[in-house]
Design a protein around this ligand. Structure first.
Ligand SMILES: Nc1ncnc2c1ncn2[C@@H]1O[C@H](COP(=O)(O)OP(=O)(O)O)[C@@H](O)[C@H]1O
Ligand SMILES: [Mg+2]
Length: 421
């Protein structure tokens, strides 16, 4: 269509050149005067036509001039690009031969290595993506693909591929428009949710199966065995208590999550609060063969907080220190020395002299159901949720949990809380 328009435009030049050239030739053959004038006209016409061709490269000619005249009120040139640049999704236009012709701002941020003119596989080499784009290039239509890419850190993407009509500002022929959405975060949270449900069900199923087993035994051959009944009821009580602790911890977690965005504001004398938690656990000292030694100064800061939740933070840390600290040792509770990177915060350390924790476990301790030794934790009545609860409560208070440990020497769990709201 462009070529036809071009030929049409140059017909007058051809006609003028032929007629002036022909006249000059006839006049010169007949040896008549003025033939030089016609020859000069011929050259002028040819030179003028060449200049027009040089200045108006038909490839650069705005499509609207040659192909379609924009109707009155049409969107201004460049509007499409400006619109795509505002989109939060990464959008890429690909030519029918598979070259990148345009990428919006989000695409440039997400794929900084891919340049205009590169093959589209520079964006993502995953076969599922490459095949889908090639399919739309060959057959048209729309495609949607979900796939993962990356070796060390896997990213999850969803891409939609469609066709832009010919004559758009991206080119005279049809172009391919691709949007690529990074869904790694959603994927991770979906996986966390399903893992959490699977873990919680597993933790509940084990004691439940044990209780059901003992009920059957008591209904069957142990019906009249008084001694066995005593023993089995004790075990059933232990298992039922474990289920109850688990349900309590799950409820705590969901309550904390429900209020996660509400800043706590009750004034709490934090050192008094810790002293109360320590006093409440004194009766467990003998059972665990440890001594709780609270060394906090008399006067402490009054900070905005949620009393019940902060109490739970210290109970969880103190119970852990008592459970996992070696028998016959002390558990020290101290004010942590102030540090410049935690200016404006008060720190309280719970230190035990137990076996300590290997560095590879430390960063995962606050994950739900993460335990260094699952059997040991269950045996000591743990649910695997204590430190996850601590982390969530501290997040709500804009605080931090610092864990330091030397294997064979013990562990220090320091709670940092902002002093002012
Ligand atoms: N003071 C500590 N010393 C050694 N290990 C600890 C200590 N506190 C916690 N841990 C480890 O962290 C894991 C997770 O703790 P937590 O979330 O409180 O769950 P739980 O105590 O119910 O197992 C524990 O199972 C234990 O392996
Ligand atoms: Mg615990």
């Amino acid at each position: 269509m462009q070529e036809a328009a071009l030929q049409e435009r140059f017909w007058p030049y051809v006609f003028l050149a032929l007629s002036s050239g022909g006249t000059a030739a006839i006049l010169s053959v007949l040896d008549r005067p003025y033939w030089l004038i016609f020859l000069a006209v011929f050259f002028i016409v040819v030179i003028f036509a060449l200049i027009r061709v040089a200045l108006h490269d038909p490839v650069d000619e705005p499509a609207s001039e040659l192909v379609v005249q924009p109707p009155p009120g049409a969107l201004p040139a460049g509007f499409g690009r400006a619109l795509l640049d505002q989109m939060p999704l990464a959008l890429v236009v690909i030519s029918p031969v598979g070259r990148i012709t345009y990428g919006n701002k989000a695409a440039k941020l997400q794929f900084p290595h891919a340049k205009k003119g590169d093959h589209f596989a520079t964006l993502l080499r995953t076969p599922a993506f490459v095949d889908a784009v090639n399919d739309v290039i060959a057959n048209g239509g729309n495609r949607k693909v979900a796939f993962s890419a990356g070796q060390e850190t896997k990213h999850y993407y969803e891409a939609r591929i469609g066709v832009l009509p010919a004559g758009s500002e991206f080119g005279a022929s049809e172009q391919i428009l691709v949007d690529i959405e990074d869904r790694t975060l959603e994927h991770r949270s979906d996986k966390m949710r399903s893992d959490f449900i699977a873990n919680a069900s597993h933790e509940l199923r084990t004691p439940l199966a044990s209780i059901l087993g003992y009920i059957e035994t008591l209904q069957g051959h142990a019906r009249d065995d008084l001694k066995a009944r005593e023993k089995f009821l004790k075990i059933m009580h232990k298992q039922a208590s474990r289920m109850q602790r688990l349900v309590d911890d799950l409820m705590s977690l969901s309550r904390i999550e429900l209020n996660a965005h509400v800043r706590p504001s009750t004034p709490c004398n934090i050192f008094d609060l810790v002293r109360e938690a320590v006093a409440g656990l004194k009766p467990l000292e003998a059972e665990n063969h440890v001594v709780l030694d609270c060394r906090l100064p008399e006067n402490g800061p009054v900070i905005p907080g949620d009393r019940d939740q902060l109490n739970q933070v210290f109970i969880n840390l103190l119970v852990n220190a008592m459970k996992y600290g070696d028998k016959g040792e002390t558990v020290e509770i101290e004010q942590a020395p102030e540090t410049p990177e935690r200016a404006g915060m008060v720190g309280i350390t719970v230190r035990d002299h137990g076996p300590g924790i290997a560095p590879k476990h430390i960063e995962r301790l606050t994950e739900r159901f993460y335990r260094v030794n699952a059997a040991q934790s269950r045996n000591k009545g743990g649910t695997g949720l204590g430190l996850a609860i601590v982390k969530h409560i501290l997040q709500r208070h804009r605080g931090q949990l610092q864990i330091e440990s030397v294997e064979g020497q013990g562990s220090e769990f320091t709670v940092w809380l902002p002093v002012t709201a």
